[in-house]
Design a protein around this ligand. Sequence first.
Ligand code: DGL
Length: 258
Amino acid sequence: MIGIFDSGVGGLSVFREIRKLLPEEKYIYYSDNAFCPYGEKTQEFITERARWITGLMVEKGADIIVVACNTATAAAIKTLREEHSDNSGSGNLRFIGMEPAIKPAAMTTATGVIGVLATSGTLQSEKYLRHKEKYASNVSILEHVGEGFVELVEKGIISGPEAEMVVRLSIEPLIEAGADTIVLGCTHYPFLAQTIKKICREICPDRNVTIIDPAPAVARHLQEVMSEEGLIRNDGYALDLLSSGDDDILKATAANLL
Ligand code: DGL
């Protein structure tokens, strides 16, 4: 069984890519919506939540975990891997995390200006800073927290006047500074991709802005790892949706977003 978690419904943007490649697997999805957003929380807090959610998923039968949250990946995946490594005593468990898609963005940009939208937790993380140094030293990177994006998506609002107003505030500075490629560094943001594209076109109709969502690459990586480890079962699709907050809200939003 594949366990997937996020601070809320954002990880469903990763789940929908995974399900395309692995349609006959069993899934358990955990939305930590009682503690959402993770963006401004401490590394210790997020690690504690990630540890607890992992324990629950293992108890329910998960044998591989996707940390479908950039903020939680940056804060906790190293600890989770250490605590579930071969010699940890608690048995080997594989974790797949989110990678900031800076490398493909640096290869795609024609203007040499990339916009990265993510939470402040992700943008300040060691993992992100290392990635940036390694793959993007020859381009200019503009970072912006998608202020209000997570809250919109949690409410299931992904288009219309309210979404456009919120999105414009974060996108405008990036486009005006010349960005032609925008990396979505938070798993909630891909649900707003159509609105982001619309706003980009309105601000600069002549520029073809590429939006990069790392979820398809993460799904391919998961498939490779599961195939190598003999974890693909192909025994029929099932999805169990769980949350620390209101399950009904999660189910309604999930139905709307998926
Ligand atoms: N979806 C999450 C991410 O990918 C976190 C959003 C939040 O809880 O702040 O970073």
